[in-house]
Design a protein around this ligand. Structure first.
Ligand code: ADE
Length: 247
C-alpha cells in the first residue's frame, strides 16, 4: 500500500504517522507514505493557494490549480488511476467495512482541505470518494486522513505482528470486543472474572462471546441489526435485556 497525501501541512501528517505501529510499518516498507505540499504546486508568485469565494460569504476557498497540479505530480508516477479520497464532513461516514475495502488498493490518494473547502471543479475532476470520519466539523482534513490511514493500515497483512488481534477486534464480526484483564488478579478490591483463570479455552471463548453480545446490546444496540449472530444468541440478548429491565 502506498499512501499519497496532498496537504498544506505535510509535517502534521509525517509527525502523526511516523510513530508507533504505523511508523514501524513505514520503516520496514510494508506501507509507504508520500506527502505532497499543495503550496509547492501553486503558480501564484506569492505562494497563495486560496482566494475569496465567488458569490461572497465568509472564509477562503482553496483554488483548483494548485490542488490539481499536486495531484498530477502524484498521478504521473502511478501505473493506473488511483482511488482519490477527499476527506470532508460531506462524505459517507467511514467505518471498519470501508477500511477493509480500501486496504486492498495498491495506491490511495488523500486530499486534505482547509478553510471553507476546495473549488468544486477540481474535486469533480479527480475525486473518486468523499469520506467523512463523523458528523462534526474539524479545522482541516489532516486528522481525518490520519485516522483513515491508521484504520486501513491495520487491515494490511504484516502491519500488525499478530493478525489474530485484528480479527478479534471490535467490529471484526460486527460486535464490540469483550473486556480485557491483565495482572494483578486483584486490583482496588476488584477481582478478574474467575472464568478467565480456569484454563478451559472453550469456556473462556464462550464467556467472551457472551460479553461481546452484552456489551454491544448495552452500548451500541444499532450494531446488532447487521452483526453475525445466531438465533440462539439473539434469544440470549433478549433474555439479558429482560432481566436488566427487572433490576
Ligand atoms: N474535515 C473537516 N471535518 C471533517 C470530518 N468530520 N471528516 C472528514 N473530513 C473533515
Amino acid at each position: 500500500m502506498n499512501y499519497h497525501v496532498l496537504t498544506l501541512f505535510p509535517e502534521m501528517i509525517e509527525q502523526g504517522l511516523r510513530t508507533s505501529i504505523i511508523g514501524r510499518a513505514l520503516a520496514d516498507g510494508t506501507v509507504t507514505l508520500e506527502t505532497v505540499n499543495i503550496r509547492d504546486h501553486t503558480q501564484n508568485k506569492h505562494g497563495k493557494t486560496d482566494d475569496y469565494p465567488y458569490g461572497g460569504g465568509a472564509g477562503m476557498v482553496m483554488q483548483a490549480q494548485p490542488v490539481y497540479d499536486a495531484y498530477m505530480a502524484v498521478r504521473g508516477n502511478l501505473k493506473k488511476e488511483p482511488r482519490v479520497i477527499y476527506v470532508t464532513p460531506q462524505g459517507r461516514v467511514f467505518n471498519q467495512a470501508i477500511a477493509r475495502e480500501l486496504a486492498v488498493e495498491e495506491d490511495l490518494v488523500f486530499i486534505c482541505g482547509h478553510y471553507e473547502g476546495i473549488d468544486e471543479r477540481v474535486l469533480d475532476e479527480i475525486v473518486t470518494d468523499h469520506i467523512s470520519i463523523g458528523d462534526y466539523v474539524l479545522t482541516g482534513g489532516e486528522l481525518p486522513a490520519m485516522v483513515m490511514i491508521d484504520a486501513i493500515s491495520r487491515m494490511i497483512p504484516g502491519v500488525l505482528h499478530n493478525m489474530e488481534s485484528a480479527e478479534d477486534d471490535s467490529f471484526g464480526d460486527g460486535l464490540l470486543e469483550h473486556p480485557q484483564y491483565s495482572r494483578p488478579e486483584v486490583w482496588h478490591d476488584r477481582r478478574v472474572p474467575p472464568i478467565l483463570l480456569c484454563g478451559d479455552h472453550a469456556k473462556v471463548d464462550a464467556w467472551r462471546r457472551e460479553q461481546s453480545l452484552i456489551r454491544t446490546a448495552l452500548r451500541r444496540p444499532d450494531l446488532l441489526e447487521t452483526a453475525c449472530i445466531s438465533p440462539k444468541e439473539k434469544a440470549f440478548i433478549a433474555k439479558f435485556l429482560e432481566n436488566q429491565e427487572k433490576l
